[in-house]
Design a protein around this ligand. Structure first.
Ligand SMILES: NC(=O)c1ccc[n+]([C@@H]2O[C@H](COP(=O)([O-])OP(=O)(O)OC[C@H]3O[C@@H](n4cnc5c(N)ncnc54)[C@H](OP(=O)(O)O)[C@@H]3O)[C@@H](O)[C@H]2O)c1
Length: 310
C-alpha cells in the first residue's frame, strides 16, 4: 500500500474539515425544518414563558394549540401571532383550549378537545405553573395540595390523556418545564420545590418507559426568568403573593428560555439545566457534599427570616 506523504495529508485534512462543515450545515438546515407543520400544545400560553414559546414555535412553522384558563388572554396571543408574517415560512393561526389544570376531570375533557383540533399531537409542552412563597409552619396543607394539583397532577393528567395517541403513532415529544428547584430545594418554597421535584421524577420515569415507542421526553430546568411568576405566586394561607421579587425581575429573558425549549425539542435533549454558576454549583453540592448544602440552606433560611422580621 502506498504511504501517505506529508504533501498528501494537507488536502485530505482540508477535505475532511469541509465535509464536516457541510454535514453540520445540512444538519442545521434540517433541524430548522423539524417543526414545520407540527402540532404543538403549549399550556400556560397566556403569559410569561408560555407566551414566548408560542411566539418561537409559531415562527418555526408549528400548528399551535394554546392552553390556559383565560380565553380572552389566549385570544390576544392568537391575534398577536396572526399579525406576525414571515415570508420564508408557512405559519398557522393557533387554536385555543381553555381549562384549569388543577381540575383533573376538566383536564381529561380538554385533552379530548386538544386531540380534536388536528387529530394528533406532535409536541406537548407542559409549561403552566404556579409558584409559592411561605413558611411551612404557617402553610395550610390545602395550599401544598393546590400547588401540587396545578404543577404536578395537572401536567400528569394531561400527559397521560395524550400519551396513548402518541404511542399509537410511534412518535411524539413531551416537554416538562420544571425549575432548578426541581433539582434542589430552597427554604420558603416547599410546595413549589416539592411539585418540581415530583415533575422531575415523573418525567424521568416516563422518558425511560416510552423510549421503546420512539417517544421523546425533555425536562427543562431554568433558574429565574423575568415573568410574573412571583407576582402570581400563592402564600401559606392561599392568598396571592403579588410581589415582583428582585431575583425574578433580574432573571433570564423569557425569549432566551423559549429558544432553549425549541432547541431541546429540535435536538431531542433529555435534561436541560438553564442556570448560572451558583445554582449549578448548588445542584452538584446537593449530590456530592450534602452536609455542606444543608448548612448553606439553613443559614439562608435564617437570613431570610431575619430580613422578614426587620
Ligand atoms: N419565572 C421563573 O422564574 C421560572 C423559573 C423556573 C421555572 N419556571 C416555570 O416556568 C413555567 C411558566 O411560568 P412563568 O414564569 O411564565 O409564569 P407566569 O407568567 O405566571 O405564567 C404561568 C402560566 O400558567 C398558567 N396557569 C397557572 N395556573 C394554571 C391552572 N391552574 N390551569 C391552567 N393554567 C394555569 C397561567 O395561565 P392563566 O392564568 O391565564 O390560566 C399562565 O399562562 C412554570 O412552570 C414555572 O414553574 C419559571
Amino acid at each position: 500500500m502506498e504511504r501517505l506523504t506529508g504533501a498528501g495529508v494537507g488536502p485530505l485534512a482540508v477535505g475532511a474539515v469541509g465535509l464536516l462543515i457541510l454535514l453540520r450545515l445540512i444538519q442545521r438546515a434540517r433541524g430548522k425544518q423539524i417543526l414545520q407543520d407540527k402540532v404543538v400544545v403549549i399550556t400556560g400560553a397566556s403569559s410569561g414563558l408560555g407566551k414566548e414559546c408560542a411566539r418561537v414555535f409559531h415562527a418555526a412553522g408549528a400548528r399551535l394549540i394554546l392552553c390556559g384558563r383565560d380565553q380572552k388572554r389566549l385570544q390576544e396571543v392568537v391575534q398577536e401571532l396572526r399579525a406576525v408574517t414571515d415570508g420564508q415560512r408557512k405559519t398557522y393561526t393557533p387554536c385555543t383550549v381553555t381549562f384549569d389544570l388543577s381540575d383533573t376531570d376538566t383536564v381529561a375533557r380538554a385533552a379530548v378537545e386538544i386531540l380534536k383540533c388536528h387529530g394528533h399531537v406532535d409536541v406537548l409542552i407542559n409549561n403552566a405553573g404556579i409558584s409559592y412563597r411561605g413558611n411551612i409552619l404557617d402553610t395550610h396543607v390545602s395550599v401544598q395540595r393546590d400547588v401540587m394539583e396545578t404543577n404536578y397532577f395537572g401536567p400528569v393528567a394531561l400527559t397521560q390523556a395524550i400519551l396513548p395517541s402518541m404511542v399509537e403513532r410511534g412518535s411524539g415529544h413531551i416537554v416538562a418545564i420544571s425549575s432548578v428547584q426541581g433539582k434542589i430545594a430552597i427554604p420558603y418554597r416547599s410546595a413549589y420545590a416539592a411539585s418540581k421535584h415530583a415533575t422531575q421524577a415523573y418525567f424521568d420515569c416516563l422518558r425511560a418507559e416510552v423510549e421503546r415507542f420512539g417517544l421523546q421526553v425533555s425536562i427543562i430546568s431554568p433558574g429565574y426568568i423575568r415573568t410574573n411568576l412571583s407576582v402570581n405566586a400563592v402564600t401559606g394561607d392561599g392568598s396571592k403573593y403579588g410581589v415582583m421579587d428582585k431575583t425574578t425581575a433580574s432573571g433570564r429573558e423569557p425569549t432566551e428560555v423559549a429558544h432553549a425549549v425549541l432547541k431541546a425539542v429540535r435536538h431531542r435533549q433529555k435534561d436541560v439545566l438553564l442556570a448560572g454558576p451558583l445554582p449549578t454549583l448548588a445542584v452538584y453540592l446537593r449530590t456530592l457534599w450534602p452536609a455542606a448544602y444543608f448548612r448553606v440552606m439553613a443559614s439562608r433560611a435564617k437570613k431570610e427570616q431575619r430580613i422578614k422580621e426587620q
